[in-house]
Write a protein that binds this ligand. Structure first.
Ligand code: NAI
Length: 506
């Protein structure tokens, strides 16, 4: 296939413009890079050249290819030098007025057939295009940082964008080695919208004092397989970047409770405790390494009580077998004996409520999160209720740690950490599908490539049971009375048949 845009202009030679210029040149396009700060262009060029030199050293590119790429990457001294570009990518400061004024200048310079795009991550594509002479040739082209490594790009149609323009941009993305996903022009597009659940729900857990942030990070990495915990991620991104994004998406959706930001990050941002780059965020950093407090040790328990499992426990058969495998004396009666450690496994409900409803002795009742099957996790999470006796808590901790698997003991809340965060992620994803912001398939692609989640959110819901996720949300709504947990209609409809069925038109 011939190259879609043989000459490409990139305006703004910062972190993003640099990366876009690099992959466009690698695809074979002549790239004209412009910045109002001339030294920025020279710096960007030097950095891209050294990237290619490294590729040559590693044997990933040959000398001729590197030479050709270097020749194709050209510094533009003035905006007018972009006159012959078939595509111009705007990657300048994130300000609507500045972007609009640049586009007006560009329209006066380039050919009427040239395509213009913005790499904006938070502004409306339609708003940027308003006032353009030809808004139909303008779209969002949202890359991720660092561009050469983050292989996904959101192609965003504004209200007036010509569909053929988006098709061309998607095809060109593939020529650059990227995977395009198509999104409607909505706040956060796909990736920054789908990513709302992870941090905000983790922050809610912390704000309720259920456990500390390091434990939340451990739980979500070990139980679900996230590469970084939400607090590690916020430290890396830094709160001066991520907190305003949380606020902006919440406000743009007119205070939709699902995206409500947290006072915790607002306060930390005000205090300058923004993350790794300043040496202190949720973690403290010494020589760039996070200082992590040690885990709760496994208690020494000399005499293990017998164990009784609630008949209503999630994954009851599996839990029962697990307890036997761990060598527990498992009681089989209709109700627990007076000595028994009593295990419940609620979905969305708190342990206290379950103990009361099932008429169990709360002093001996402990909850375990069974949303995810035990074999698939590296950690078990137990929750006490306010009345749980210390000896019962210690017995449960020691018992579930017998085979060497990590155990966290947290306080009681509606839903355990994993249930809350997973259900929130799945629910927001379902709502993205409900709003037709993108196809379910593109949603999964965007999230796995753009956020690095172990599974797409719909696949995550399917893997651990859409009806389980629904149950978590229904019950959390009861516990909290908070509309942020109301299930999306899409999740309610699709919950029974599977979320990621690609052949279902819904
Ligand atoms: P940056 O601050 O690293 O670079 C921006 C560059 O644009 C600077 O070199 C500046 O001199 C230049 N510039 C500013 N106004 C200009 C104008 N009127 N004409 C020409 N050049 C101008 O910014 P960064 O991070 O590269 O972001 C650029 C755009 O990409 C923003 O819209 C941002 O929201 C978006 N974006 C940023 C991501 C990131 O992780 N940094 C991710 C995805 C999108």
């Amino acid at each position: 296939m011939t190259l879609l845009y043989d000459t490409v202009g990139v305006v703004g030679a910062g972190a993003m413009g640099r990366g876009i210029a690099q992959i466009a040149a690698q695809a074979g396009s002549t790239v004209r890079l412009y910045d109002t700060q001339a030294p920025a262009v020279a710096k960007a060029r030097d950095e891209i050249f050294s990237q290619w030199d490294r590729q040559l050293e590693k044997g990933r590119m040959d000398a001729a290819a590197v030479q050709a790429c270097k020749q194709r990457l050209q510094a533009a001294g003035a905006l007018a030098d972009l006159a012959d570009c078939k595509l111009v990518v705007e990657a300048i400061v994130e300000r609507l007025d500045v972007k609009k004024s640049l586009l007006a200048q560009l329209e006066a310079i380039v050919a009427p057939s040239a395509v213009l795009v913005s790499n904006t991550s938070s502004l409306s594509v339609t708003a940027i295009a308003a006032g353009m002479e030809r808004p139909q040739r303008f779209a969002g082209y949202h890359f991720f940082n660092p561009v050469p490594l983050m292989k996904v790009v959101e192609v965003i149609a504004g209200l007036k964008t010509d569909a053929a323009v988006c098709e061309g941009l998607a095809a060109y993305a593939k020529q650059m080695g990227h995977t395009p996903v198509q999104a409607q022009d909505t706040p956060g597009f796909i990736v920054n919208h789908a990513g709302r659940g992870y941090g905000t729900e983790a922050l809610r857990v912390i704000s309720e004092g259920i456990t500390d942030f390091a434990t939340v990070d451990r739980i979500l990495k070990d139980q679900v397989g996230f590469k970084l915990g939400p607090f590690e991620l916020m430290d890396l991104t830094a709160l001066d970047v991520s907190h305003p994004v949380m606020e902006s998406i919440y406000q743009q959706y007119y205070d939709e409770p699902r995206y409500r930001p947290s006072v915790i990050t607002a306060q930390r941002l005000a205090g300058g405790v923004v993350g790794k780059k300043v040496g202190e965020g949720f973690y403290r950093y010494v020589d760039g390494k996070a200082q992590v407090a040690p885990e709760q040790p496994v208690p020494q328990v000399d005499e293990m009580p017998p164990v009784w499992v609630s008949t209503r426990a999630a994954r009851r058969a599996e839990l029962y077998q697990l307890l036997k495998d761990l060598g527990a004396k498992v009681e089989t009666g209709q109700s627990p004996s007076p000595q028994a450690l009593t295990i419940v496994a609620p979905l969305g409900f708190d342990v206290t409520t379950v103990a009361v409803v099932e008429r169990l002795d709360p002093a001996r009742t402990i909850g375990i999160d069974m949303l995810i099957d035990d074999a698939a996790t590296k950690r078990r999470v137990l929750a006490t209720n306010p009345a749980t006796r210390a000896d019962m808590r210690d017995a449960a901790h020691a018992l579930f740690a017998r085979d060497g698997k990590a155990v966290s003991v947290i306080r009681d809340s509606g839903g355990f950490v994993t249930q809350r965060v997973v259900a929130t992620i799945v629910n927001i994803a379902a709502d993205i599908c409900q709003q037709r912001i993108c196809s379910p398939k593109d949603l999964e692609t965007a999230v796995t490539l753009g956020l690095g989640y172990p599974l797409g959110p719909l696949a995550m819901g399917d893997r651990w049971g859409p009806t389980n996720v629904l149950e978590v949300l229904f019950n959390m709504q009861t516990v909290y009375g908070d509309p942020r947990y109301r299930p999306s209609p899409w999740l309610r409809r699709r919950g029974a048949i599977g979320l990621s069925l690609s052949h279902v038109e819904d």
